[in-house]
Design a protein around this ligand. Structure first.
Ligand code: HEC
Length: 179
């Protein structure tokens, strides 16, 4: 056997191994320059939309009752000014672009006579609980995917709770917050 031949063969083998290693290293660089901190995707929890918690905007979300317990209705009134583009708050006031919100807590969803609700909101069913209102204010499309409420949503959980505390004042017999 010729040792020169052997050397040539092993050099060739070594060469292709090195080439393969370089290829792997290079493709790693090209294909995955960064890895996400958390692998995979955040899947929505199962269950009807109206029972979903607020959009996970700020980590880690405090439970709604805790946020409501320290909510400030006066601040909420300020934050709710944006709603007044489309909603009336006063007792007895009618619809604007959206239905009137006096007494909204506890009343059946999509129930103002004469207001032309989206089929999507009409299909939700049930009454406006504080949880459902929290979802609606957080992201209307999460409450009813085809809603006509063109509002991107308030992403700050405490501001949302403040808005709910203000909505609570819009009633002759305010609906208590969940404990
Ligand atoms: C750009 C206009 C617009 C803004 C701003 C807006 N809404 Fe609405 N809202 C609507 C419309 C339109 C509907 C009817 C939705 C449907 O039929 O799908 C609605 C529906 C609602 C409902 C359901 C009422 C019912 O009778 O079932 C609630 C609760 C509500 N909005 C709360 C709010 C709050 C709170 C804010 C402010 C944080 C707000 N909206 C901001 C347009 C708006």
């Amino acid at each position: 056997m010729h040792s020169e031949n052997m050397n040539r063969v092993s050099l060739a083998a070594l060469g292709s191994i090195l080439f393969a290693m370089l290829l792997v290293a290079f493709s790693n660089l090209v294909i995955s320059p960064k890895r996400p901190a958390v692998p995979g995707f955040a899947l929505p929890t199962s269950g009807p939309a109206s029972t979903l918690a607020a959009a996970p905007a700020a980590p880690p979300a405090e439970p709604l009752p805790a946020l409501l317990a320290k909510a400030d209705a006066t601040k909420g009134q300020q934050y709710a000014k944006v709603c007044q583009t489309c909603h009336n708050f006063e007792k007895g006031a009618g619809p604007k672009i959206g239905p009137p919100l006096w007494g909204v807590a506890g009343r059946p969803i999509a129930s103002i006579p004469g207001f032309s609700y989206s089929d999507s909101l009409k299909a939700v069913g049930g009454n406006w609980t504080w949880e459902a209102l929290n979802t609606m204010v957080s992201n209307p499309k999460m409450e009813a995917s085809g809603t006509k409420m063109a509002f991107p949503g308030e992403k700050d959980p405490q501001k949302r709770a403040d808005i709910l505390a203000f909505l609570q004042t819009l009633s002759d017999s305010p609906v208590p917050f969940p404990k």
